[in-house]
Write a protein that binds this ligand. Structure first.
Ligand SMILES: [Zn+2]
Length: 367
């Protein structure tokens, strides 16, 4: 079964972690043997591994954060928005290079989406297992920006759209120039409403993941276009301001959103301490993610709004992943786990890929 993963930070890994994503995961791990830092020597994502797991379509990010006051995870690094702008263009150029080499297919509209899905739905298993090169059929991606720091002003949204960007998450960890994000409390900053209105005008999709609660509410009041939550779990199961409340999930469902469940273990286990808690101690398994998928489905009363947004290369590796996950190819274990919870074939296909495909098909039909 093909898989649609709504959150991978591929270019950030390729450039900031200096990972050659064309290599098998085992080779990347070997090349990082003995390196200090999270995910070093135990990463889980590369192009051959995505192919092997049938993860043939995904949302890939531009992630270039300005260093701001407040909570400062390592991901915040640039001293100006202009530097973040330059770094994001560099990441965009990486995707372009991978597209030119035939590893990736950049999906920008409904026709390209439909053609990609048809091509992979007819694939022979041997096509997926190509390890040595890009293979006949490229992996498809839709380009997103996580944290709008590289957008110098709202009127630049159009420039990014023309370049192929289709989704913006206005904030990430800490504050962005436009909105309060994870680990901060507050609404939009003065340029936030103008950013959202311009996104609406050009057909840029809004990703609410990482918005602080007040920013979430204000953004949904202002922005009228299609909304998604790319990598987002349930606050009722694991309390943290990074997670969605049941009320927020209801509001998203009311807007036709799809919510991608994340595999980052700290979002799956209450009280996880990064760098201390281990998968073994917590007992977090792939099945734990099913709890979050199931909660979204129970709130919706159907299985049309839950999906996957693994975040498996989001600055962590096996040390912060479910215990029984070695690489991203293990996402293929989800269908059986869903079946064991009573989900039927149609619902499972929706969660694994169909809901995201429908979402983008609809979003781009209106455009
Ligand atoms: Zn994230």
């Amino acid at each position: 079964m093909i898989i649609f993963d709504a959150h991978l930070d591929l270019a950030w890994n390729a450039i900031d972690f200096n990972r050659d994503l064309r290599l098998p995961v085992a080779d990347i791990r070997k090349s990082e043997d003995g390196m200090a830092g999270k995910s070093r020597g135990c990463n889980t994502v590369s192009f051959p591994e995505l192919r092997r797991g049938g993860v043939v379509i995904f949302i890939a990010t531009l992630l270039a954060r300005q260093l701001r006051s407040g909570p400062n995870p390592a991901v915040q690094r640039y001293s100006s928005m202009e530097a973040a702008y330059g770094a994001a263009w560099g990441q965009l150029a990486y995707y372009r290079a991978m597209e030119q080499e035939g590893w990736l297919r950049w999906i920008k509209d409904r026709d390209m989406l439909d053609a990609h899905v048809v091509a992979w739905s007819n694939d022979a298993p041997s096509e997926r297992e190509t390890q040595a090169g890009p293979g006949e059929e490229p992996l498809g991606f839709i380009l997103s920006m996580e944290g709008a720091d590289p957008i110098l002003s709202p009127d630049q949204v159009h420039e990014w759209y023309t370049a192929g960007l289709r989704i913006i998450g206005p904030a990430h960890y800490g504050v962005s120039p436009y909105a309060h994000g994870t680990d901060t409390e507050g609404g939009l900053f003065p340029q936030g409403p103008a950013l959202l209105k311009e996104m609406d005008r050009v057909g840029m999709i809004l990703d609410v993941t990482h918005l602080a609660d007040q920013s979430f509410d204000e953004a949904l009041d202002i922005y009228g276009g299609p909304v998604l939550a790319s990598h987002h779990n349930c606050r009722a199961l694991v309390p943290h301001q990074r997670q969605l409340t049941d009320e927020q999930i209801k509001r998203l469902i009311g807007r036709g959103a799809v919510i991608g469940s994340a595999f980052d273990a700290w979002m799956l286990y209450p009280g996880w301490v990064r760098g201390q808690t281990t998968p073994e101690q917590s007992g977090v398994k792939i099945e734990t993610v099913v709890d979050h998928i199931d909660r979204v489905c129970q709130i919706a009363g159907n299985a049309r709004h839950a999906a996957i947004g693994s975040d498996l290369d989001g600055g962590f590796g096996r040390e912060q992943s479910p215990l029984d996950l070695d690489t991203i190819a293990d996402l293929q274990r989800l269908p059986d786990l869903l079946r064991a919870r009573g989900y039927g074939q149609e619902a499972i296909e929706g969660i694994m890929h169909g809901n995201w495909i429908r979402f983008f098909h609809d979003a781009w039909s209106k455009a």
